[in-house]
Design a protein around this ligand. Sequence first.
Ligand code: AMP
Length: 423
Amino acid sequence: MSFNTLGLSAALLRAVSDQGYSEPTPIQRQAIPVILNGRDIMAGAQTGTGKTAGFTLPLLQLLSTSVNKNGGRPIRALILVPTRELAAQVQENVRTYGKHLPLRSTVIYGGMNFKPQVDRLRKGVDILVATPGRLLDHAGQGTVNLSKVEILILDEADRMLDMGFIRDIRRIISQLPAHRQTLMFSATFSDEIKRLAGDILKSPETIQIARHNTAAENVSHVIHPVDHSRKRELLTYLIESGNWQQVLVFTSKKHGANRLAQQLNKSGITATAIHGDKSQSQRTKALADFKRNKVQVLVGTNVAARGLDIDQLPHVVNYELPDVPEDYIHRIGRTGRAGNEGEAVSLVAASEMGLLKDIERLLQRNLPRIIVPGYEPDTRIQMLPQQNKGNKSRGGYKSGPRRGSNTCSHKRNGSAGHPRAYQ
Ligand code: AMP
């Protein structure tokens, strides 16, 4: 199936082909015609599915083909997103896909100067991408007018709720016209999400791309049991022996991310940390350096998990497992995107076995444990999976680690290693 059959204009098709996309992804196939029809949607699609183009393309089409009846240049579309990084990326997508159209867009989020945002808003924009807190600041100061919004998009709604934005979102929505089109995207469906959807969507079309709480299909998962004290050494070894050039590493704490980045740098692996305590310009620079392969390792907390659009990221490492199992899926959403193969590696200490079991319950399968020779944990007995079900592929998961079900290609001290898999 090609993009030509979705009802998009020539200007948009040109932008799509400029990007090198030959076929729409499933979310794009399903969402674009429905949105073009003016319907509300509730879409269950996680990051990496092409959802941003799935709403941006029809949005641009609707705005460019309908006349602004209000005169002037009011904000006609509002895209709410949870994080600054995602805001910047969505805006980049709007620009990329809208480059042959005369529509104007801007992005506002916290951590940046207020004044330039006010100036840009004053000049008039058709599409505004914003994080909820900063948008409300502008609304409070009277520097943004949302009374003419025709289309509202909530991207990563579940994440916005997780981050405590529910009140902000409801306050923002109270400033929008009741008559509008609303598109809601969420990777997961809690009761709170359903309640919000029930309140703000009008007879929505429901689109479900991935099953609830599933992980990207083309990602291999592997668990390396290891003692906590040896994680850094093992990570260094994996990066060097595997010649990994672009690695995203997750830690649970900000200071842990800083420390790990420093230690990696000391051992000759270029690394930088990205998390909520960094200024916006530091975060932007860290991401840009990583994308340009100027740094090999980006170490981040969960804040970095959402909204990083890094193409073809082959390795994501959980240096520490997340406390919330759903965050495992969000984290590994950074790899195996849009058809590329990816590997999610987790370094798991005995104390994290409870967290691992929660993740496996969510994924409905056991993840393969592979011990790297020389890094055998002292507390091995506690690392066994609860039940010995093997690594059956369910619901489209790719089974087993890519390097072979029971073997590992890591080499240690120049000799081939033969790790044992716990199965
Ligand atoms: P998203 O889920 O919106 O974060 O998109 C994930 C990645 O898929 C982005 O890097 C997009 O550039 C890419 N992408 C979006 N649509 C397509 C498509 N039709 N074909 C190939 N790649 C795509």
